[in-house]
Design a protein around this ligand. Sequence first.
Ligand code: TYD
Length: 142
Amino acid sequence: MGINPTESDVRELLFSSLGDSRGELIALEQFKEIPFEIKRIYYIFQTAENVKRGFHAHQSLKQVAIALSGSCVFDVETENGSSSHLLDSPSKGLYMGGLVWREMRDFSHDCVLLVIASECYDEADYIRSYDAFKHQKSLLAQ
Ligand code: TYD
């Protein structure tokens, strides 16, 4: 295919709050709490009931997803296996780097899902076919 997928990495991140008696505050900086240069943020909210999103991987994009409000579940697959991650706290992030197939489900009505990304939007970086993802995954396993 002429593409060299990058090794994948999925990790849950726990952010410390700078909160006090007034309430909570979490600060996220590039190369500190967020392990890459931040080029884009987007957020998903008012997701309709029973909707599933995602169903893609990326060639090289790195992302951290955080449920700022409410909750949702990420099902991810890499060359190292599959896992599910409940995002239900603004203190918890899910880091996804390299070749990671992701599907999101079980959005609560109040879910505001913030995504911090290492690159600007580029449709060419998307792998939207599960078969193409599995092919690239098999290249990584070699
Ligand atoms: P989509 O990839 O379907 O979102 P998800 O993977 O969460 O299901 O994105 C929906 C639309 O928004 C699609 O037309 C692409 C566009 N889009 C942008 O223009 N910029 C962005 O940063 C993102 C994430 C999506």
